[in-house]
Design a protein around this ligand. Structure first.
Ligand SMILES: Nc1ncnc2c1ncn2[C@@H]1O[C@H](COP(=O)(O)OP(=O)(O)O)[C@@H](O)[C@H]1O
Ligand SMILES: [Mg+2]
Length: 257
């Protein structure tokens, strides 16, 4: 494992990323509601501060700020305490984002990042950016400049994005951000033998190799944990392996590599 990686500290994930995220890159975490996108992002920020001594920022467009702090607390992450220590800042902003809002958030981020020496940032979620403009060309320019400003400040970012489909493949109408980012992690629900499980795939990690297989993950009292492999545990593979492959293709919209 390389030491110049930005470790997420999430069990199983750094190994899939061959050590962690690449420094000063933007990384998209995409999945339907409830797949733990926010949890993954908050865990990245929390571990960054507590384990790797890297201050962090969280920009959230969630409607209920209190809920956000409570969700973190349920995993034992005391965000208010980290804020008091000057290692974390949570920027709450309206879900009705305009271009002007985003530009002013951008200014705030740059100022705070410098003041705190922030190394990591979570933007939860970039789905709200779609409201900025109807014009895809303009949207692309705005997103591109936002992502680049995070990198310019020397931060490694996790951007979450909601995908609408609960089960099965989905094709985003406009996947601008998928092309702009350096890392791309997909979260999905998969139905196996009448049970819904959660699965994770590292779709891309620019400039690096990464695990290509699909893994199951679970939510624990300490946050999320990625299991070794989908097949091994709990005899999931006791069914037909061919059927399993079909399930994955359906869920991720692409064949297993
Ligand atoms: N402390 C906890 N222990 C177990 N499950 C939790 C805990 N906190 C939240 N969850 C569950 O985690 C799931 C995903 O949460 P979240 O990260 O907010 O998803 P997303 O951002 O993808 O919509 C929810 O289904 C929620 O019920
Ligand atoms: Mg969320």
């Amino acid at each position: 494992m390389s030491s110049d990686r930005v470790k997420t500290g999430i069990k199983g994930l750094d190994e899939m990323l061959l050590g962690g995220l690449l420094p000063q890159t933007a990384n998209l975490v995409e999945g339907p509601p409830g797949t733990c996108k926010s949890t993954l992002g908050m865990q990245f920020i929390y571990n960054g501060i507590r384990t790797y001594n890297e201050p962090g920022l969280i920009v959230t467009f969630e409607e209920f700020p209190q809920q956000y702090y409570r969700d973190a607390e349920s995993f034992g992450w005391d965000f208010r305490q980290l804020e008091r220590e000057g290692k974390l800042r949570v920027i709450m902003t309206s879900p009705e984002v305009s271009r002007a809002d985003l530009e002013s958030v951008g200014g705030t981020i740059e100022t705070l990042a410098r003041e705190m020496g922030a190394r990591r940032i979570l933007v939860d979620s970039v789905s709200h950016f779609d409201q900025i403009t109807e014009d895809p060309v303009e949207l692309r320019a705005v997103v591109y400049s936002f992502v680049n400003s995070l990198k310019r400040e020397g931060m490694t970012s996790i951007l979450t994005r909601e995908s609408p489909v609960l089960l099965g493949a989905d094709e985003a109408e406009d996947n601008t951000i998928g092309f702009v980012v350096d890392g791309y992690i997909l979260l999905r629900y998969v139905e196996i033998e009448s049970a819904i499980r959660k699965a994770l795939l590292v779709l891309k990690l620019r400039g690096s190799d990464h695990a290509k297989d699909i893994r199951q993950y679970e939510i624990t009292p300490q946050g999320i944990e990625i299991m070794s492999r989908f097949e091994g545990r709990e005899g999931i593979m006791s069914g037909s392996p061919r059927r399993m492959a079909d399930v994955f293709v359906e869920a991720f919209g692409k064949p297993l590599r």
